[in-house]
Design a protein around this ligand. Sequence first.
Ligand SMILES: Cc1cc2nc3c(=O)[nH]c(=O)nc-3n(C[C@H](O)[C@H](O)[C@H](O)COP(=O)(O)OP(=O)(O)OC[C@H]3O[C@@H](n4cnc5c(N)ncnc54)[C@H](O)[C@@H]3O)c2cc1C
Length: 468
Amino acid sequence: MAIHELDADYLVIGSGAMGMAFTDVLMEETQARVVMVDRHHQPGGHWNDAYPYVRLHQPSAFYGVNSKHLGSDAIDQTGWNKGLYELATNSEVCAYFDQVMQQQFLPSGRVNYFPMCEYTGNGEFHSLVSAAKYKVEAATVVDATYMNVTVPSMRPPQYQVADGVHCEPPNALPRLTGQYQRYVVVGAGKTGMDACLFLLKNEVNPEHIFWIMPRDSWMLDRANIQPGDLFGESVGKGFALQTRAIAESGNIEEVFEKVAATGQLIRFDPEVIPTMYRCATVTQAELEQLRKIPNIIRMGRVQQIDKTKIHLDQGEIPTDLHTLHIDCSADGLERRPQQPVFENGKITLQSVRTCQQVFSAAFIGHIEAAYTHLPIQDKNLLCTPVPHPDSDIDFLRTTLANNLNTLRWSQDADLQAWLRNARLDGFSMPGEPNEISAEQATMLSRMQQDSKRSIANLERMLEELDGA
Ligand SMILES: Cc1cc2nc3c(=O)[nH]c(=O)nc-3n(C[C@H](O)[C@H](O)[C@H](O)COP(=O)(O)OP(=O)(O)OC[C@H]3O[C@@H](n4cnc5c(N)ncnc54)[C@H](O)[C@@H]3O)c2cc1C
């Protein structure tokens, strides 16, 4: 079969959240023509594979694409997210991205979308359901796959599981029919937390849950990650307290001690010092629930599960064939090496604000659209990647990289105006600068001073650590 030849200004590989948020800004701010390719049947990326009960971990109010609201900005009245902005379910997220594609991108006549297609490099892709092959001549190729998200349903467990042992991804939980006496949750990242919360919500006795926690995690309190006027004061205060705590810390241990004392970092067990930080976000109510689980297994990673034992790095625990093992050990978002965002003819979408991927993709889209006059190295400076964190020390690295980007952006009035109006920026103060109250202005100026001190402090501590 002949190869179909196409041309476009941009070839975007991946119609996940980042590819969609980037393309949306191109649609709003340029006349560019885009070809989008994805192996999924609809936009939304990993949300198509996620466990059915997953919700956004952060508010819908600043997720999705810049040009379209997600949800109704409701404040939850019940449940463990009570009092905070609603969190979309995965089906809402998929429906939302489908609407963006069907009602905005495609009717514009400027987006040519190829679902169920595999990109193989050099502008070439082929259909996964027919013999069709394509080649695109595009001025710029946009890699919207670099974050390499892996959710448990996308791959088998990375440890051995004996025949007859029940081990499933969390996607299996809503289909249970009462056949298990115990549950072993493997993994203590956000997916593991979600699996535990699913079981607790459905009234499984906490004593019947065994939670394998290879590393304890520093977590974020969702109350501190809320957008808009309603939470502006408390969120702003929280940032300010964190910045001051870092500015006043003498060493790394003190950073964690002081930041935890402000409530900006929280942990499962106050007696255990966490070694992991991956931006897992929970509410205090969820944390209270999780703390009901008495059986926490801190013996490293699972190596093997056989019919009577779970073998871990540092020992073994009993199991049996009436137990469901829930594999929550996939990496989700992994820490990836930093790449230049802008290269000749190529854009690699990465986070430029810690754990704010969709905002980052939209921000990069804006720099691409509005800063055509800037040399590539200056665009890369504005879009310095903030790699997804993994270890406790990554809290310091991402905070530093984040603060440096914020400082760079603060020197550009146009960029500040764009940020104030960007729906995906949950944290810039809305309104024109002259609309900010005297109290806000004082807080801002103190925070700017503390921010400089905290940057210097973080640079010193990380230099000492890396040089050691
Ligand atoms: C459980 C979970 C909850 C999250 N909650 C939030 C939240 O509340 N707020 C927030 O801001 N962020 C959240 N995030 C992170 C963030 O929203 C994005 O989900 C993240 O950046 C992933 O989006 P992506 O577009 O980078 O990747 P993906 O969703 O993985 O999209 C990449 C796409 O590229 C396609 N692809 C890859 N290779 C090829 C190829 N060769 N050919 C064709 N197609 C290809 C894939 O099929 C996929 O559709 C969450 C992440 C997870 C895992």
